[in-house]
Ligand binder design. Structure first.
Ligand SMILES: [Zn+2]
Length: 98
């Protein structure tokens, strides 16, 4: 799964969302700001993921879902080029992960 972002050249993992069947790039390591959870594997051997809505994310955190991945769309320094949304960098991670 050695993919790199065509924009910033960071390592990414392509995953497929169960909701829309779309391929999305993920950062390879989970992080406190993640909102993507891996639920299985697709026949093409990429992770099947569920992108959580804010409500689902709140629930997942309540239930201590262990690994939430971050969409590379959210972390790519060049994302502004491909998605016109200002980066929301809220400092509201209640738990500090080590
Ligand atoms: Zn990138």
């Amino acid at each position: 799964m050695g993919s790199v972002c065509s924009s910033c050249r960071k390592t990414i993992v392509w995953a497929v969302t169960t909701k829309t069947g779309r391929a999305i790039p993920l950062d390879p390591t989970p992080g406190p700001e993640g909102n993507v959870t891996i639920v299985g594997r697709s026949p093409r051997d990429c992770p099947l993921v569920l992108v959580l809505s804010p409500e689902e994310l709140a629930l997942a955190r309540e239930h201590g879902v262990p690994r939430l991945y971050v969409s590379h769309f959210a972390t790519c320094p060049d994302a502004a080029k491909w998605r016109r949304k200002p980066p929301v960098r809220g400092v509201r991670s209640e738990r500090s992960s080590a």
